[in-house]
Design a protein around this ligand. Structure first.
Ligand code: ADP
Ligand code: MG
Length: 733
């Protein structure tokens, strides 16, 4: 066969294989193909020697380092499995600080002496890789001339196959050992939580060996027809619409939420689910969201590190599969003005190696006391680091969503529901600081601790307006943005909870050392923690203005400015938290601070440029074209009619002409002023000052220019308006 015929034959074979696979999947049970593209424990057992397998298990469960001598064996096993599945390349898959995932692909091949190649993959390539790190943000940690960053395998997240490439989840650190990603600090925060929580657990159950945080991420997104999406340069370049009048009908009738899923969307979801299952992502729910063409999918919860890897993987899978359906998936937090934005609700809890959810009340006073301990320590953590926790979600795109309609307010408060609020109140009031009598202790155990219902009645009556709500057996952090890497928030949350648990343990031990009985010591410390965290508890309507006043009275700091929020990472209290558990050094914090400011500033710069360009070379020319139509019409009228008749007939056109001129003039002037402000801001050297200048001087123009463009959209002939409108973007079927 000729070369071309060979290629065609290969393509045909591939096509048939895909069809067969698709047919097979459609008729197969999920459990039959779940995780087939993952090098999970079950697969490892088949491809690794007993020693090598044990080395991986010890690394995953016990945090031990993998010995170099096993690395080669593991790499070989991984390669053999992958090559059998048609894989040709491998990549270290990591999470740099620009909120995306990155990969660099290398082929498995090694040349041999006969100018041929053979498939090979050595341990040192698995355990460590050295991509050129110069183009990832590092906040001055690494000068470009020493552009070296290392990626190293994170064995707690299994390797997987996408597009005939073996992807190896890795951490990304600089040559000097500072982290350049979100995974490294996450693993450190997880380890801190494990250590602190295990110690506290052992007060109740000696056999607990490990505690990990669980995470269930609800991913919200919009789906838009890709042809329409591509016709909007603003969506294409900034991920959101910088202009567009609201459609006459959007979410007023509340008919989208839980309505039937449009057929194009459901075809996309089915394909997505199949691919996600093959990658071991346990997608569980899918439904419509509140806004038109807004949807949500959520996998079952998993260990936090894995849940986050899966979320990032899911997002890239969604982009890819949407393409096959001529759709675009939008993860931006506020792609359309005037309708709901998208979040990534982060359902969080802690679990022991014995499978006990520590935020789920138990059946006995003892397990309930354990529940109360973890519950109160979490509240205490939210109290101690509430502002930092809110800051962990702060960025430009989420700033358009937070505090807006139907989005969590930007002040952190905790919702507990009636039952638990009452329990905490009685605990606080019943426990006295004096030595308790045996009767008092029994009463406390039986009548308060013992009475916590196993299933919270508030579970059904949830407060959707709270950014951090207890929902029966977990907390739900709702402020996280849909496009973000949730690791940023989980690092803070896990570290903050680890800190409170450490403190709790220390204080209980102190009481015990003074001769107090363990239970009583626990009660005493709980009471103190409850008393200290009162301020943050709020069960009312978080969207209301009264809450803003009330929060101010309580001294709770909300996020008024995104650039100020970045500063939370440098506050003394935060530095202490991060250094206590070795999560970030001061240098790393400063680097991250710089990156947050830089990214924020650059994104405003891009939005401002896109809007400026569109306004001048798109909107104004259309407006002028329509003005020409109107003037032509007026000229005709003048020719046909008497002066008096003309005056009457021409009035509406003249009014429209005037209106259009006014808007065109405003747009022109404002764009010029915006460009001037941009020039001034660009001259600012200090990146933090520059970000603030962009925020204060350039950002406001985005709204005020948009206002005039949106007015023009209402006046100009629909046939001339070349940009797809909201009503088109949001209503495909
Ligand atoms: P809702 O929309 O009612 O909040 P969903 O069913 O959409 O609920 O999502 C709930 C998410 O919470 C799921 O991902 C689920 O797995 C997760 N979840 C449930 N229990 C826990 C837990 N103990 N820890 C972490 N996440 C949990
Ligand atoms: Mg939810």
């Amino acid at each position: 066969m000729t070369k071309n015929a060979n290629l065609r034959f290969d393509a045909l074979k591939e096509c048939t294989r895909r069809h067969a696979e698709r047919f097979h999947m459609e008729n197969a049970k999920i459990s039959e193909y779940f995780g087939i593209n993952v090098f999970d424990r079950e697969t490892m057992r088949k491809y690794l020697s007993a020693d090598a397998f044990a080395a991986v298990e010890n690394a995953v469960d016990g945090g031990e380092k993998i010995d170099r001598k096993y690395a080669d064996l593991i790499a070989a096993g991984m390669k053999n499995w992958a090559v059998e599945r048609g894989v040709t390349h491998y990549t270290h898959w990591f999470q740099p600080l620009n909120e995306a995932t990155a990969e660099k692909h290398d082929a498995f091949i090694e040349p041999d002496k006969n100018s041929r190649v053979f498939e090979s993959f050595k341990g040192d390539l698995l355990v460590q890789q050295e991509p050129d790190a110069s183009s990832f943000p590092s906040g001055g940690l690494r000068n470009t001339f020493e552009a070296r960053g290392y990626t190293a395998w994170d064995p707690s997240s299994p390797a997987f196959i996408i597009d005939r490439t073996l992807c190896i989840p890795t951490v990304f650190v600089s040559y000097t050992g500072e982290s350049l990603d979100l995974k490294t600090p996450l693993l450190k925060a997880n380890a801190a939580l494990d250590k602190a929580a295990t110690k506290v657990c052992q007060m109740f159950d000696r056999d607990v060996r490990r505690v990990y945080s669980t995470l269930g991420l609800e991913q919200e997104y919009f789906l838009v027809d890709s042809a329409l999406f591509n016709a909007r340069p603003d969506l294409l370049q900034t991920g959101r619409t910088l202009m567009g009048h609201t459609a006459a009908k959007d979410q007023q009738l509340e008919d989208h939420y839980f309505g039937s899923i449009p057929s194009r969307a459901s075809a996309f979801m089915k394909d997505l689910e199949t691919e996600a299952y093959k990658l071991g992502i346990p997608l569980k729910t899918r439904h419509n969201e509140v806004a038109p063409h807004q949807f949500e999918c959520a996998p079952s919860f998993e260990e936090a590190n894995l849940a986050i890897d899966h979320n990032l993987l899911l997002m890239s899978l969604m982009r890819k599969i949407a393409k096959q359906h001529q759709l675009k998936v939008i993860f931006h937090e506020k792609p359309f003005a005037g309708i709901n934005g998208s979040g990534k609700h982060s359902n969080w809890s802690m679990m022991t190696d014995k499978g006990k959810n520590l935020l789920s009340p138990g059946k006995t006073p003892r397990t309930n006391l354990q529940f109360l301990t973890f519950f109160v320590c979490t509240i205490s953590a939210a109290h101690e680091h509430g502002y930092l926790l809110m800051s962990s979600v702060a960025n430009l795109s989420n700033s358009y969503r937070l505090g807006g309609n139907e989005a969590p307010p930007s002040i952190l408060s905790v919702f507990l529901g009636k039952t638990l609020s009452e329990i905490l109140d009685s605990l606080e009031n019943t426990i006295s600081t004096k030595k308790m009598t045996p009767d008092e202790k029994t009463d406390l155990k039986l009548n308060i601790v013992g009475k916590i219902p196993e299933i919270m009645p508030d579970n059904t009556d949830r407060n959707r307006t709270s950014p951090f709500a207890f929902t029966g057996n977990r907390f739900e952090f709702r402020a996280v943005g849909s496009s973000s890497n949730p690791a940023a928030s989980i690092i803070v949350l896990n570290a903050a909870v680890a800190q409170q648990l450490t403190k709790f343990y220390g204080e209980v031990e102190e009481f015990i050392a003074k001769g107090m009985k363990k239970d009583e010591a626990i009660f005493q410390v709980l009471r103190k923690f409850i008393k200290q965290s009162h301020n943050i508890l709020f069960d009312g309507n978080g969207y209301s203005l009264e809450w803003h006043d009330e929060a101010q009275k309580r001294g709770l700091k909300g996020i008024n400015s995104t650039t100020d929020a970045f500063g939370a990472y440098l506050m003394e209290n935060s530095r202490k938290l991060f250094s206590q558990f070795n999560i970030f050094s001061d240098r790393e914090l400063e680097a991250r601070y710089e990156i947050m400011n830089e990214t924020y500033m650059k994104k405003i710069q891009i939005e401002s440029r896109v809007l400026g360009d569109l306004a001048i070379n798109h909107i104004i020319p259309i407006a002028i074209q329509y003005q020409n139509v109107l003037t032509e019409n007026l000229r005709g009228l003048k020719e046909f009619y008497s002066e008096k008749e003309f005056e009457q007939l021409a009035a509406p056109q003249l009014a429209t002409l005037k209106e259009i001129s006014m808007h065109v003039k405003e747009i022109r002037t404002q764009v010029e002023n915006m460009i001037e402000e941009r020039k001034k801001a660009n001259a600012v050297e200090n990146i933090v000052e520059k970000a603030k200048t962009y925020s204060n001087k350039v950002l406001p123009y985005l709204n005020s220019i948009r206002y005039h463009i949106d007015k023009l959209e209402l006046e100009i002939d629909d046939a001339m308006w070349s940009l797809p409108k909201y009503r088109e973007l949001l209503f495909l079927h």
